[in-house]
Design a protein around this ligand. Structure first.
Ligand SMILES: Cc1cc2nc3c(=O)[nH]c(=O)nc-3n(C[C@H](O)[C@H](O)[C@H](O)COP(=O)(O)O)c2cc1C
Length: 224
């Protein structure tokens, strides 16, 4: 029992968003095993509403070329609106996470062009050889979107257990039409977010950034 808890604690605390990957690809049989395990995520009435598209090889290279180009031309299309504006403690946490990342990268607040350039790395999947896109059929709503969140965490922890790393990315959902078109996905499937994954480039400064968590009392109350 103690071993199980220690192993689980190690996996859940080691997982972090990785923003630089090596070009080493994941073996197809590993990919199959990982995505089979992630299927164990719970969902409302076991509907399993996630529609997952795992993209590698030539297909990922095509998107790595077309997304930055679409960004530079402002060809955005978003299924689930997101303005990135938060208030109060949520804004503080948002600012803190940006500050941790840009401090690790030695990019100051004033270096706006550098920040934008760095943000663009989202669209080359931070160099990852694989990306998974998580779609939700349009008949579903907020509860089933939560199921996709549970699926994503199951997937990220499975990747971690296999010695792999990942970064969930809302930024990838800003080009839903292009991604659907390139992957021949039905328009009734709506893109919630993408997840770049592969092996961590441990030499890259971006991966030295580590954000904290709020004290338990700020988020959780125990009632008796
Ligand atoms: C749904 C979702 C979308 C995210 N979108 C992005 C993104 O577009 N780009 C990025 O660099 N990080 C993105 N992140 C990563 C968060 O910034 C990160 O999870 C948070 O700062 C906590 O850090 P950790 O994952 O290292 O624990 C996203 C995370 C989630 C859960």
């Amino acid at each position: 029992m103690t071993d199980t808890i220690e192993t689980f604690e190690s996996i859940i605390t080691s997982r972090k968003s990785v923003r630089a990957f090596t070009d080493k690809t994941v073996e197809p049989n590993f990919l199959k095993k990982i995505f089979t395990l992630a299927q164990h995520a719970p969902s409302n009435c076991n509907t399993q509403p996630w529609q997952v598209h795992v993209v590698s090889g030539e297909a990922v290279e095509k998107l790595r070329a077309s997304l930055p180009e679409a960004m530079s031309k402002g060809k955005m299309s978003v299924d689930f609106p997101f303005d990135g504006k938060y208030n109060g403690v949520y804004k503080e946490r948002q600012n803190d996470s940006a500050s941790v990342l840009y401090t690790a990268l030695n990019i100051t607040r004033e270096q706006k062009a550098e920040r934008t350039k760095w943000f663009m790395k989202n669209y080359s999947f931070f160099g990852a050889p694989h990306v998974a896109f998580l779609f939700l059929p349009d008949s579903f709503g907020i509860r089933e979107a939560a199921d996709l969140g549970m699926y994503a965490q199951s997937l990220m922890l499975t990747l971690e257990a296999f010695g792999l790393a990942s970064c969930p990315q809302t930024s990838l959902s800003f080009f839903a039409d292009i991604i659907r078109e390139e992957l021949d996905i039905d328009p009734s499937n709506k893109l919630l977010f993408g997840l770049s994954f592969g092996y961590e480039d441990t030499d890259d400064l971006a991966n030295s950034a580590r954000v904290g968590r709020a004290p338990l009392e700020e988020t959780t109350r125990f009632h008796r």
